[in-house]
Design a protein around this ligand. Structure first.
Ligand SMILES: [Zn+2]
Length: 292
C-alpha cells in the first residue's frame, strides 16, 4: 500500500540519457517517487539482465521510488488458443523480471474481442489469468497482475470487465487508466461525480483493499469514434481533467500511485504533484475519511 499519493513517469524521464540504474536518483532529485518500467517490447524472455535489475531495485529502494512494470504490448488473453499460450509465456517473462526489479505490479492490456462476443472473450481471458495466478502462486511471487482499463471499444477492458477479472483472484488488482476510460466512453469523465462513480464501483466490487492499493495511469487524450487516438500533454486542451481527479483524491484521502503517460512524462508528473499539493495546502477537507 502506498504511504502517500505518489507520482512518476511511464518510462525514462524526458531528457534523461543515463542507465536504468540511474533513474531512481534522477527521479528523486526531480521530486518524484514512482516509476513504471517499460517492458512493452518484450517477447518470451526478459530483456534486462538480472544483475542490472537487482541493482536498479536497490537504487529504487534507497531513493524511495515505488516501482511497477508495464508488461508486453504483445498480449491477447482473449484470442485463439495459440495466441493465448504465447501471451501467457510473455507475461511470465515480465513477472519474473518484475521480481528482480522489485515491482509491485505488472500492468497489461488484456486483449481484443476479435470476433468473439464480449462475454466469451472475458471468459477466455479469465481462464488465462487463472493460469498466470497459479504460476505466480507456485513460485511464491507477491507481485500483482494489474489488467488495465483500455481506450478502445474493440479492446477487452471496460471498467466492469477489469473489475470482474480482479474480483476472482487475490493477486489481481486493477490499473485504472483515466484517459482510456474517458476515450472509450467518448468523453465520459465530465464532472467530479463521473470520477467518484469509478471509485465507488471499485470499492463496491473489490472492497477496501483495492481502494488502498490504487494504481492509476493519467494523461490528456485525443479520441474519436473508435476511442483513443493519441496522448496529449496536460497543457493541451483535451480531457480528462486532472484537477477534478485531484479534488476527489484529496477530499477522500485516497493514496494512489499515479503514473504519467503524457508525451512529456515526468514533466507532467510534476504538474500533477503540484496540483495535489496545492489542494492540500488550501486545506481541502478530507471528507469522511479522517483515517487516511
Ligand atoms: Zn495506460
Amino acid at each position: 500500500m502506498a504511504d502517500r499519493v505518489r507520482f512518476g513517469p511511464a518510462g525514462f524521464p524526458i531528457g534523461f540519457k543515463g542507465a536504468v540504474t540511474e533513474v531512481p536518483s534522477y527521479l528523486k532529485d526531480e521530486g518524484l517517487d514512482a516509476f513504471e518500467y517499460q517492458a512493452v517490447r518484450w517477447s518470451v524472455k526478459p530483456r534486462i539482465k538480472r544483475e542490472v535489475a537487482e541493482e536498479f531495485r536497490a537504487k529504487a529502494s534507497e531513493n524511495d521510488i515505488w516501482v511497477t512494470m508495464h508488461g508486453s504490448y504483445f498480449i491477447n488473453l482473449a484470442g485463439k488458443e495459440e495466441v493465448v499460450k504465447k501471451s501467457i509465456e510473455r507475461l511470465k517473462a515480465c513477472l519474473e523480471a518484475a521480481q528482480w526489479l522489485g515491482a509491485e505490479g505488472v500492468v497489461f492490456h488484456p486483449g481484443f474481442y476479435g470476433g468473439k462476443a464480449p462475454a466469451e472473450a472475458l471468459k477466455t481471458c479469465i481462464r488465462a489469468i487463472g493460469e498466470l495466478v497459479e504460476y505466480m502462486e507456485s513460485r511464491g511471487f507477491k507481485t500483482y497482475l494489474r489488467p488495465e482499463t483500455t481506450g478502445k471499444p474493440s479492446q477487452l477492458g471496460s471498467l466492469e470487465e477489469i473489475l470482474d477479472m480482479c474480483s476472482r483472484f487475490k493477486l489481481v488488482e486493477p490499473t485504472i487508466d483515466w484517459a482510456h476510460i474517458h476515450a472509450r466512453g467518448r468523453g465520459s469523465l465530465k464532472s467530479k461525480d463521473d470520477y467518484l462513480r469509478v471509485f465507488e464501483k471499485i470499492e463496491r466490487v473489490l472492497g477496501s483493499r483495492s481502494i488502498e492499493t490504487l494504481h492509476f495511469h493519467f494523461t490528456h487524450v485525443e479520441y474519436g469514434d473508435k476511442g483513443e487516438v493519441r496522448h496529449r500533454t496536460l497543457e493541451e486542451p483535451y480531457g480528462p481533467s486532472f484537477d477534478l481527479l485531484a479534488e476527489v483524491i484529496v477530499e477522500n484521502g485516497y493514496k494512489p500511485v499515479i503514473i504519467s503517460e503524457s508525451p512529456i512524462l515526468d514533466l507532467d508528473s510534476l504538474k500533477m504533484k503540484k496540483t495535489v499539493e496545492s489542494l492540500k495546502a488550501r486545506g481541502v477537507a478530507c471528507g469522511g475519511r479522517p483515517d487516511r
